[in-house]
Design a protein around this ligand. Structure first.
Ligand code: CA
Length: 229
């Protein structure tokens, strides 16, 4: 259930807004003071804020600024004065919407619903995005643990994938075989630094066009390996 915070010092208006929003299935809390309201918005897990402009404590402008500094949740500002709304536009407050009092509560509910669904969509997209490392023709999808070269998938073992990803995440840095072994294989692992050499060879066979002239993993003789960008 989405949580809405109303910051409004006029009790009757706050109650009306609260009733309508609750009837529409939202969980609602009310603050009557600007400063307390801004702090409540910052510490609580709210999905949307309805913010009055003229408030005791700090005004809606300042409250909006403080909330926006830390949170991306939708903010709907309300004011009794049409001129205030022009000011909000002019200042680029970071509010998502503005309403002039008096407004119909059902209009408010409609806007709350619209902003929440847009916000949830945005957040959802953010979450679904895979973490990708892309260097020239090589594409490593860290989330799906898949590797592509020129768009065609290469099947890597778990350790090959871990080793390649580690190097790609630290480009232009030389790692010794010992360092790589420690990083990718845990201490109890059977094996030694020759394991690293074998894995590098396997990775190269899969991702490099010409093993003699590696584009991605370079051998730094006597030292180790470096991922080239
Ligand atoms: Ca007020």
């Amino acid at each position: 259930m989405s949580k809405v915070l109303i910051i409004e010092d006029e009790l009757a208006i706050a109650e009306l807004e609260k009733d309508y929003l609750e009837a529409s299935g939202y969980q609602v809390e009310v603050c009557y003071d600007g400063e307390i309201g801004a702090n409540t918005a910052l510490v609580g897990e709210y999905d949307l804020v309805i913010l009055d402009l003229m408030l005791p404590g700090i005004d809606g402008f300042e409250a909006c600024r403080r909330i926006r500094e830390k949170k991306e949740i939708p903010i709907i500002m309300v004011s009794a004065k049409k001129e205030d709304l022009d000011k909000i536009y002019g200042l680029g407050m970071g509010a998502d919407d503005y309403m002039t009092k008096p407004f119909s509560p059902s209009e408010l509910v409609a806007r709350v619903r619209a902003h929440l669904s847009r916000y949830e969509r945005l957040m959802g997209q953010g979450k679904e995005e895979n973490e990708i490392i892309e260097i020239r023709n090589l594409r490593i999808d860290k989330t799906a643990r898949r590797v592509f070269v020129d768009g065609s998938e290469k099947i890597l073992t778990t350790k090959e994938f871990d080793l390649l990803t580690f190097l790609a995440q630290h480009p232009n840095r030389v790692f010794s075989k010992e360092e790589l072994f420690r990083e990718i294989w845990d201490m109890e692992s059977v094996g030694d630094i020759a394991t690293v050499t074998v894995h590098i060879k396997k990775i190269r066979e899969k991702i490099e066009g010409d093993n003699q002239k590696p584009q991605y993993i370079e051998t730094i003789w006597g030292v180790g390996y470096r991922f080239k960008v």
